[in-house]
Design a protein around this ligand. Structure first.
Ligand SMILES: [Zn+2]
Length: 319
């Protein structure tokens, strides 16, 4: 079957990179977005830009940088919603953040169907809110990572409808979860992974595509500030070069189709495909030396499991 390639950017204030209070300077947006737009134009890649919106108008990208969001839409890219939730946000606060963002974006840019939670931290309560307001695709799952209480380990490699009780499981919720490509395949834009490893991971997916009936999805995710050096505020030439070479590499395959999230979601639903699980090697872990703890990063899954178990023994409760 063919391969569907999709890429999205979280367009957010640069402070999100460091977890600091909002600053007035955002080279990631002012310089980073025009750069990504020119790259996508050059390689004819339709992308999805998830725009950060919070209920506080000072934390709204569309209010602060309307000319940039307009430029994104003018180039034909999809506009989605990106919202960060503070730790311990109850469903009411989540709903307030999500609805204010949807309202602001839809007033200017039309119907929004795609959503990314800050730090991939969506939840069962969140998908119910998203469905209520017409969001069709939650692209927060990131296979083989864990963030906060969220464990994205054993999820499908493909889009799937989740359970309202556990969004990592397949069931019959109406929202479609679209996971970022398995971290262990090493096709990662937000790290210093080598181009060679990215090509290797991609080649594995290309050979997997010959074995299954569903389209294989390569879904990469990055951030507006990624191509900017945080100290000098100048462009990170190495990152930009790696991106260009990776896009050029993808374009030599005639069975790879480039599309944004909305198109991918619609085509997946129309095709009535069933979710798939792949059995692929841990290239990301193998990339580190035998003595590097990052090589054994998959162990954290078991560590987190046992921590919960011990808590139960000690305090007779599970949080
Ligand atoms: Zn973010």
């Amino acid at each position: 079957m063919p391969i569907w390639f999709t890429i999205d950017l979280d367009v957010e204030f640069d402070n999100e990179r460091f977890g600091k209070p909002y600053g007035s300077k955002n080279p990631g947006i002012e310089k980073g977005i025009p750069l990504f737009l020119s790259l996508f134009k050059r390689f004819q890649i339709p992308a999805t830009f998830h725009i950060q919106e919070q209920s506080d108008i000072h934390d709204s990208i569309s209010a602060t940088y309307s000319h940039i969001v307009e430029a994104i839409q003018k180039d034909g890219h999809e506009i989605g919603l990106h919202t960060h939730f503070q730790k311990g946000y109850d469903p009411e606060s989540r709903e307030r953040e999500i609805t204010s963002g949807i309202r602001r974006l839809e007033e200017k840019y039309g119907k929004i169907v795609s959503f990314r939670a800050g730090k991939y931290f969506t939840s069962e309560a969140t998908i119910k809110i998203l469905e209520k307001y017409g969001i069709k695709y939650d692209v927060s799952p990131y296979k083989n990572t864990s963030i906060g209480n969220m464990r994205w380990y054993d999820i499908a490699d493909s889009p799937y409808h989740p359970s309202y009780k556990d969004i990592t499981r397949i069931d019959n919720a109406s929202i479609l979860m679209i996971p970022i490509t398995n971290k262990r395949l090493g096709i990662i834009l937000d790290s210093s992974i080598s181009l060679e490893l990215m090509k290797k991971g991609t080649n594995i997916l290309i050979s997997e595509s010959k074995k299954i009936k569903q389209p294989i999805i390569i879904f990469l995710s990055t951030h507006s500030w990624k191509c900017i050096d945080p100290v000098t505020n100048s462009f990170r030439k190495d990152i930009i070069q790696r991106l260009k070479e990776y896009f050029a590499f993808l374009q030599q395959f005639n069975n790879i189709e480039f599309m944004n999230i909305r198109t991918l979601g619609e085509r997946w639903e129309q095709g009535e495909f069933t979710p798939y699980f792949l059995n692929t090697p841990d290239l990301f872990g193998q990339n580190f030396s035998l003595f590097s703890p990052r090589r054994y990063f998959w162990l954290s899954k078991y560590f987190l499991f046992w921590r919960k178990y011990f808590k139960y023994i000690l305090f007779k409760k599970i949080d």
